[in-house]
Design a protein around this ligand. Structure first.
Ligand code: SAM
Ligand code: SF4
Length: 372
């Protein structure tokens, strides 16, 4: 980024908040009139799992400690971003619960008056241990990632995980009163996941199950390592392609057909009473169910015109679009600069947020480095 780009912000306050159900208030708008009020922060690039679609088998070489943002630096960034209209924060990773100081960070962000909502995306493994402290610190809600209900397949997808750990994380999230609790499932046709089984999780407990399209994020060089036998091909994400995308309409049909076979009523649109932070998901529910079933189709039906977010990576760059490698380094300014230095970079990132993503085929960073 050049100096002139930094100073030529062009960003302006706006009151429109496209696609939002929240009360209208002042935000900085980007060049395309989208009010930006949502910040996703990757607090670490480290993880206690190795999901095949997120990072290579041996993990991503971790950044040296001094290149990662410290807790106080993240808090400082959120405080300044809040001045520019950020109202909601999501902590992600890598696995945010392996980050030292995660509880302190939540406490510090909670103390920023403008921040209305703090959420966390996790694989759930450490939730049974940390849920009480996270709740006390002021965390509002959690999304837990779970892509299969089959213990063996869970082991294949996460390479080193045990399904009972993530299931215990879901139980802990409900027990400790996080609301809503969402379960995110990345759907990949060749994985033949039990979609109806997932949807049923929403019946008895207030779980909001969301089916998410696989996105080709990551570095091709490391992604493509060529699988030979069919079993390996199933779990080699470098071989996953367009034919693995399962459209929402098909998922709804499959769920309803299975429901009919069991004598259950099918899904109906949940146009009101959708869980907080609905964002780009479309929600359905079984009549009388405690939870909902949502669908996020970032690839086949992208929602760029309603995108209200910026991302902060663990090593301190602002990433205006998940799918674009265009980034705005802010670590040095956070460490050594004035508030105005940080804000100039923030505004430059905001003003250069692209209108839409094009066709995507990998990115320089892995998902674990961006935060999803
Ligand atoms: N470790 C945490 C977790 O797994 O929830 C947070 C970080 S993870 C990168 C955030 C989300 O991104 C997870 O729900 C994960 O399933 C999703 N994800 C990772 N790689 C993806 C990909 N290539 N396509 C779609 N979703 C992906
Ligand atoms: Fe770790 Fe989450 Fe990536 Fe899985 S999806 S490897 S749990 S960061």
């Amino acid at each position: 980024m050049t100096q002139s780009e930094q100073t030529n912000t062009g960003s302006a306050p706006c009151t429109a908040r496209a696609g939002s159900r929240a009360p209208v208030r002042e935000h900085l708008c980007d060049t395309y009139g989208r009010g930006i009020d949502y910040l996703r922060i990757s607090v670490t690039d480290k993880c206690n799992l190795r999901c095949v679609y997120c990072m290579p088998e041996n993990g991503v070489p971790y950044r040296p400690h001094e290149e990662l943002l410290r807790i106080e630096e993240i808090t400082r960034f959120v405080g300044l971003a809040a001045r520019e209209g950020i109202r909601r924060v999501r902590l992600t990773g890598g696995e945010p619960l392996v980050a030292k100081g995660i509880v302190d960070l939540i406490q510090q962000i909670r103390a920023i008056p403008e921040i209305e909502d703090i959420a966390l995306t996790t694989n759930g493994v450490l939730l049974p241990r940390l849920a009480p402290a996270l709740k006390n610190a002021g965390l509002d809600r959690v999304n837990i990632s779970l892509d299969t209900l089959d213990p063996q397949q869970f082991g294949r997808i996460t390479r080193i995980g045990k399904i009972e750990d993530t299931l215990a994380g879901i139980d802990a999230a409900l027990e400790h009163g996080f609301d809503p609790v969402k379960v995110n499932c990345v759907v990949v046709r060749r994985l033949e996941q039990d979609i109806f089984g997932f949807a049923r999780l929403s019946l008895d407990r207030p779980l909001h199950v969301r089916f998410i399209e696989y996105m080709p994020i990551g570095n091709d060089e490391t992604r493509a390592h060529g699988a030979l036998d069919p079993e390996s091909a199933t779990y080699d994400a470098s071989l996953w392609g367009q034919s693995d995308v399962v459209p929402t309409s098909e998922l709804v049909e499959r769920i309803n057909a299975d429901a009919a076979r069991e004598g259950m009523p099918g899904l109906e649109p949940a146009s009101d009473n959708v869980p907080l932070g609905a964002g780009p998901a479309r929600y359905w529910r079984f009549p009388g169910a405690a939870g909902t079933v949502g669908f996020i189709s970032a690839m086949s039906n992208h929602f760029c015109s309603r995108c209200n977010r910026l991302r902060l990576t663990a090593d301190g760059t602002i990433r205006p679009c998940l799918f674009s490698d265009d980034e705005y380094p802010v670590r040095e300014a956070l460490r050594f600069g004035s508030d105005d230095d940080v804000l100039a970079i923030y505004r430059a990132a905001l003003v250069h947020k692209p209108e839409a993503h094009g066709l995507i085929d990998g990115t320089a960073r892995f998902m674990s480095q961006i935060g999803g």
